[in-house]
Write a protein of this length. Structure first.
Length: 320
């Protein structure tokens, strides 16, 4: 049976390797978005870039914190094994909240991209004001969650009682400085519960939003088939398929793990995989999404194929 020490060792290898790879691919995707997006993608370039930026923040902060949820404790303690442990608990808590908000922001941006793609296919022109309203609507859960985070810090973090409680638990339970207990999560406090509801609602709403806009977008593509080239239709369908995978992926990954997380909280049974790798699983879509974007955005895929073929041709020429 894998012990906590084994998980710590695995984490010390997994986090730097996966984070370096994921950030490198994300920056490569950003380069493609900024430098090689065709004209018909200009309308969506900002949302594609925003998704990538939010995911880069998520990956870096997840590596910096390397969180473990002590679900056997009442209330739940949140530990950090990353570089964050050398800072004050409230600073770690800031990074932890940034990690949570980055997850939400990247998902909401993907939903917004789906809507903007639908408007693009239906050829409905949007003014700058309409675009701003669209962003406000889609980012409203993020704005609300940020307000709750501010309330959490004001009432549960930046108080003398909270600081003293964390000081005591760190002295009593952690003499090695291998980790830092930086937060005590209590769902009896309404801001914590409200944030949990927001994340859960967005997660459950994603398939509904995804398939609604997917169905309507594909319907319009079919209706406009006579006015579109076959290549253009294929590009649209490929893009929509990529967005669908990006929307559904968090549900497929998160929901089973959420059930295990709540099982641990309710029963107080210790599942070390859930405690150590819950943040990793949450981060997983951010590691996979750039590959999906590069493959399913046809111009990016064709450009990479062109580069590879050119490289092979140059290699053959050098050989002869």
């Amino acid at each position: 049976m894998i012990s906590a020490e084994d998980y710590i060792f695995l984490s010390s290898i997994f986090y730097p390797v996966s984070s370096t790879l994921a950030v490198s691919v994300q920056f490569f995707l950003l380069y493609l978005i900024v430098k090689h997006s065709p004209k018909h993608l200009n309308f969506l370039r900002a949302t594609l870039a925003l998704t990538s930026v939010f995911q880069i923040i998520l990956i870096i902060v997840t590596y910096f914190t390397q969180v473990r949820y002590q679900t056997t404790k009442t209330p739940i303690e949140i530990w950090t094994y990353g570089y964050c442990r050398f800072f004050e608990p409230w600073i770690c808590n800031c990074f932890y909240q940034i990690m949570q908000l980055s997850v939400l922001a990247s998902h909401l941006t993907i939903y917004g991209t789906f809507f903007l793609k639908y408007r693009m296919v239906t050829k409905l022109q949007m003014s700058q004001v309409e675009i701003m309203k669209t962003y406000v609507v889609f980012y409203f859960p993020l704005i609300l969650s940020t307000i709750f985070v501010v309330i959490i810090f004001k009432t549960q973090v930046w108080t003398v009682q909270a600081e003293e409680e964390l000081r005591v638990v760190n002295i009593d339970g952690n003499n090695s400085r291998m980790y830092l207990i930086f937060a005590i999560l209590n769902y009896s406090h309404w801001p914590n519960t409200s944030n949990l509801v927001i994340y859960g609602a967005c997660l459950l709403a994603s398939p509904v939003i995804c398939f609604f806009y997917r169905k309507n977008t594909l319907k319009h593509i079919k209706n406009q088939a006579g006015n579109m080239s076959i290549a253009c239709q294929e590009q649209y369908r490929s893009f929509i398929l990529g967005l669908t995978i990006q929307c559904i992926l968090p549900c497929v990954i998160f929901i089973p793990l959420e059930f295990l997380y709540y099982y641990c909280i309710i029963t107080k049974n210790e599942l070390l995989f859930v405690e150590f790798f819950f943040p990793v699983i949450v981060e997983l879509p951010a590691m996979i999404d750039p590959f999906i974007s590069i493959y399913f955005v046809t111009p990016y895929r064709k450009l990479i194929i062109k580069w590879v073929r050119k490289r092979k041709t140059l290699h053959r020429t050098d050989t002869f």
